[in-house]
Design a protein around this ligand. Sequence first.
Ligand code: FES
Ligand SMILES: [Fe+2]
Length: 385
Amino acid sequence: MTKDDADPVELLRASAGVPFTKARAMPPEVYTSPRFLDGELEHVFSKEWFCVGRASALSGAGDYVTCDLAGQPIVVLRDRDGALRAMSNVCLHRMSTLLHGRGNTRAIVCPYHAWTYNLDGSLRGAPAMTLNEGFCKSDYRLPQLRCEEWLGWVFVTLDPDAPPVRARLAEVEELIADYDMAGYHEAFFETHVWDTNWKVLAENFMESYHLPVCHAGTIGGMSRLDEMVCPEGRAAFNYHTILKDGTLPIALAHPDNSRLEGDARRTTYLLAIYPSLLITLTPGYFWYLTLHPHGVGQVRIGFGGGMARDYAEEPEAQQHFDRLKALLDDVNVEDRGCTEKVYRGLCSAFARPGHLSHLERPNYDFARYLMARIAPADRHKEAAE
Ligand code: FES
Ligand SMILES: [Fe+2]
């Protein structure tokens, strides 16, 4: 069998089935195969909770954000009653998409013939429709989707049966209970597209093994491999921790913060919430990526961040944060370089997965998560029967 006709799901099953002490990186086909991507869209992105950003970015009536989730155009907005709503972003007339990007609107006006919807998705009006006897305005309402807020994050899902976010992520909440994550305020949000598979970028986030080398021009010198802790992952997420020194004061717990003690005051959690919400949570600030595949070779990235409530009112902290944002931009240039190089390497006929370091434990857990979602043993059995 040549590399092109090997079944990437079977390759993953074989790769992720070995114990961590002998584990290797995932096979290249898992990243480059359009067939595997179809499986991800069907079994991962159509089933899981997908994060569209922070609730504080949708604080006013009519604030909205759009996304394409597993091929479905979706809008998430704050309605007139103050509730977050997710709806299909497809017009009920001749099916144009409705809103684009992010912004604020009083009503949803279709850019094609101006059918106009209220913020609850009901049709408010449609020009020149009085002569069609079958048309009745009240028959029209944009299909509603599930949308939940958890610790300030906004999630949507296409799956009516997905367990609630709070239940799915209860262990995360417990782990970082002392961080007051709900109180972190978003100061920036950007979107980007990079030329790499979404999992390459997700996995890049899951290990800090690359910091001293890939980030030699920025934060590499401050990174200590011996201070990285990489515990076993959980069903819905993995994480590792690193320690910050005082180079950037807002990375440390605020002097008034009495919740965190000892080393916890300088501990950063790197949380990878499956499938694709990646949060760097320090005691004083956070930044995050929310990822969605865009074909096999590109990833759509939402990139946001801000400071903890403790620092919110301090002008000096704001200056530190501005410095941090400039640094993160430089760090991202380095990550982009590394992850795009990895994707080019993965496309080679000579690409072979090597063994993982103990500092790549989260990567192994991520591979096993994907296997469980895309190739669970029972579906495997059904296919064989
Ligand atoms: S497609 Fe939306 S108004 Fe015609
Ligand atoms: Fe990095």
